[in-house]
Design a binder for this molecule. Structure first.
Ligand SMILES: Cc1cc2nc3c(=O)[nH]c(=O)nc-3n(C[C@H](O)[C@H](O)[C@H](O)COP(=O)(O)OP(=O)(O)OC[C@H]3O[C@@H](n4cnc5c(N)ncnc54)[C@H](O)[C@@H]3O)c2cc1C
Length: 480
C-alpha cells in the first residue's frame, strides 16, 4: 500500500471521539499491537457516560447513562463484574404518588406498572410486527399505545386510573428520547432486546471509562483531550476508494490509513462540513432521517436525606391541573415525573428528576436557579406534604443540557414516524450509518448499532465491531 502524502502516518487508526464506542474500539485495536490515537473534543473522556463526583466522600451521580438495560445477554454485565462495579437490579420498588403526596394503593400501583410495561415492551411491538395489516410509517407509537383497547388500560376501573396510566406511559418519552407522538410505531421493538430486569449502576458508570483509558494507554495508545476535530479527509476519494485519511484539529494534522468516527448523531447532523469530500448523498439522507432525542436530568443534592427512602418515585399529575408538573413556560403536560432516590441507590443524599423529550427542551431554556425552585417545590409537594415540617433547601442543583451541549446535541437515537412528503426512516438507516466510506473512514457509536441503539451496550458493541473490522484490514496490510 502506498501513501501519497508527504505527511508521515502517525498511527494505524485515528479514533475521533472518546465516548464508550471510541474507547472500546481503540482498546481493541491497541491490544492487537496497532498504534491508535483517540482525539476527544472535551476535557474528559466518556461522552454521554459522565459520572460527576461531588467530593471525595464517594458522593456522585451519573449525568448521562445510569442503567444497564437488561442484565441478561448484556455485554456490560461481564465487564461490570470484572471491574467490581455495583449493579443494583431494580424490581420496581416504585412509589406512585398523587399531587397531594398520597401513595396510590399497592394494587393499583402494581396494575398500572404491569400494564405500562406490558403495553410498552411486549404488546405494542408484537402488534407492530405481527398484526394482519402492515402499519403505515406515519403512525406514531402513541396511537396504538393510547387507544381504548390498549393493554395499558386493561382492568382499570375508572377515568382517574386511566388518567394515571396514561401519565406514566407518557413519561416513557425519557426512554424513547422523543414524545411517543413522534416515534414510529412500525419499527417499535424491532431492535434486539437484552433480557431480564434493568440494573442501576450504583458505583457509577465512570469506572468503565477509567478502565478503558488505562488499557489503551498501557497498550501504547495515545489519548488527546481538549482537541476538537474540525475535518476528516479521505485523501484521493475519487469514486469509491481513497488512499488514506487526514484528520485536522486546531492544534495539529494527523495522518493514518484509517479513521474511525464515533461522534454522536446530533453532531453529524449539524456539521456536514466535517468531511472532505462531503459524505455521499445517501449517507447524508440517512443521517437526516434518523431521529436524535433528548433526556435531561435535574439533581437536587442535600446535606442530608429528609425524604422516605425508596428506590424510585413517580409523581402523578393532578387531573384538575394536568400541566401542573411541567416547568412554567410550557412543555407537554399531563405526564408523570420519574424520580430516583440516590440516597437509597448510591448513598448520595440527592433526588434525581428525569425530564425527557419536549419537556427536556423546555428545561434548557431556564437558568439553574429557576429550575432549582421548580424542582424543590415538586419534591416537597410529593414527598413531604405535611404542613409545618421544615424541608431544608438543596445544597446544590445540577441540570444537564444535552441538547445545547455542542459535542452531543441531544441524548440518543430513535426511529421517527414518517413526515408527509419525506422518505421514512427505517432500521436500515442505522446499518447505513455503520458502513465505511471510501474504504477509509469508519463509523461507530450507538446510532450505528441497529440491534442495540440508544444504549451504552450498543455503543460498546459498535466499537467492538469496528475495532474488529479494522484489525482485520490492518492485518491484511501487514501481510502486503
Ligand atoms: C441523559 C442520558 C441518559 C442515558 N441513560 C442511559 C442508560 O441509563 N443506559 C444506557 O444504556 N444508555 C443510556 N444513555 C445512552 C448512552 O449514554 C449512549 O448511547 C452512549 O453513551 C453513547 O456512546 P457513544 O460512544 O456512541 O457516543 P458519545 O458517548 O457521545 O461519544 C462521542 C464522543 O465524541 C466527542 N466529540 C463530539 N464531537 C467531536 C469532535 N468534533 N471532535 C472530537 N470529539 C468529538 C464527544 O465529546 C464524545 O465524547 C443515556 C444518555 C443520556 C444523554
Amino acid at each position: 500500500m502506498t501513501i501519497s502524502s508527504t505527511r508521515k502516518p502517525c498511527a494505524s487508526v485515528i479514533v475521533v471521539g472518546g465516548g464508550i464506542s471510541g474507547l472500546a474500539a481503540a482498546r481493541h485495536i491497541a491490544m492487537e499491537g496497532y498504534k491508535v490515537i483517540v482525539i476527544e473534543a472535551r476535557d474528559r473522556l466518556g461522552g454521554r457516560v459522565h459520572t460527576h463526583k461531588y467530593d471525595t466522600d464517594g458522593n456522585m451521580v451519573d449525568l448521562g447513562a445510569s442503567f444497564v438495560h437488561g442484565v441478561v445477554g448484556n455485554p456490560l454485565v461481564k465487564i461490570a463484574k470484572k471491574l467490581d462495579m455495583r449493579l443494583r437490579t431494580l424490581h420496581p420498588v416504585r412509589r406512585a404518588i398523587d399531587h397531594n403526596g398520597r401513595a396510590l394503593d399497592d394494587d393499583l400501583q402494581d396494575k398500572i406498572a404491569k400494564n405500562v410495561l406490558q403495553a410498552f415492551f411486549y404488546d405494542t411491538p408484537k402488534r407492530a410486527q405481527a398484526s394482519d395489516k402492515i402499519p403505515s410509517s406515519d403512525i406514531p407509537l402513541s396511537q396504538p399505545m393510547f387507544e381504548p383497547s390498549s393493554s395499558l388500560f386493561a382492568g382499570l376501573k375508572d377515568p382517574l386510573e386511566a388518567f394515571y396510566a396514561r401519565a406514566v406511559m407518557k413519561e416513557f418519552d425519557g426512554w424513547t428520547g422523543a414524545a411517543l407522538e413522534d416515534v414510529s410505531f412500525r419499527w417499535w421493538g424491532f431492535d434486539r432486546e437484552t433480557d431480564g430486569p434493568d440494573a442501576f449502576v450504583s458505583s457509577g458508570y465512570g469506572k468503565i471509562i477509567d478502565w478503558l483509558e488505562a488499557e489503551i494507554l498501557e497498550h501504547g495508545g495515545e489519548i488527546h483531550l481538549n482537541e476538537e476535530v474540525l475535518n476528516v479527509e479521505a485523501v484521493g476519494a475519487l469514486g469509491i476508494e481513497a488512499s488514506h485519511t487526514i484528520v485536522t484539529t486546531a492544534r495539529a494534522t494527523y495522518e493514518a490509513p484509517y479513521t474511525l468516527v464515533t461522534i454522536p448523531l446530533g453532531v453529524l447532523k449539524s456539521k456536514p462540513e466535517l468531511f472532505s469530500p462531503p459524505l455521499p448523498p445517501r449517507r447524508q439522507a440517512a443521517i437526516s432521517r434518523l431521529g436524535f432525542g433528548l433526556l435531561n436530568k435535574v439533581i437536587l443534592k442535600y446535606e442530608e436525606a429528609w425524604w422516605p427512602r425508596c428506590d424510585e418515585y413517580l409523581f402523578l399529575p393532578d387531573p384538575a391541573n394536568p400541566g401542573g408538573l411541567t416547568l412554567p413556560r410550557g412543555g407537554t403536560g399531563d405526564k408523570a415525573v420519574f424520580v430516583l432516590d440516590l440516597w437509597a441507590l448510591t448513598g448520595t443524599p440527592a433526588l434525581l428528576l428525569f425530564v425527557g423529550a419536549d419537556d427536556g427542551e423546555v428545561l434548557e431554556t431556564f437558568g439553574d436557579e429557576e429550575i432549582k425552585t421548580w424542582a424543590e417545590g415538586l419534591v416537597v409537594q410529593y414527598l413531604m406534604p405535611q404542613k409545618g415540617i421544615e424541608v431544608p433547601p438543596a445544597s446544590s442543583v445540577i441540570v444537564t443540557r444535552w441538547k445545547s451541549d455542542p459535542y452531543a446535541l441531544g441524548s440518543y437515537s430513535y426511529i421517527p414516524k414518517a413526515r408527509p412528503g419525506e422518505e421514512a426512516c427505517t432500521p436500515l438507516d442505522m446499518v447505513e450509518l455503520s458502513m465505511p466510506v471510501w474504504d477509509r473512514i469508519f463509523f461507530a457509536g450507538e446510532h450505528t448499532e441497529r440491534e442495540w441503539f440508544a444504549s451504552v451496550h450498543g455503543a460498546w458493541a459498535s466499537g467492538q465491531r469496528e475495532g474488529q473490522k479494522l484489525i482485520g484490514l490492518l492485518g491484511g496490510m501487514n501481510e502486503d
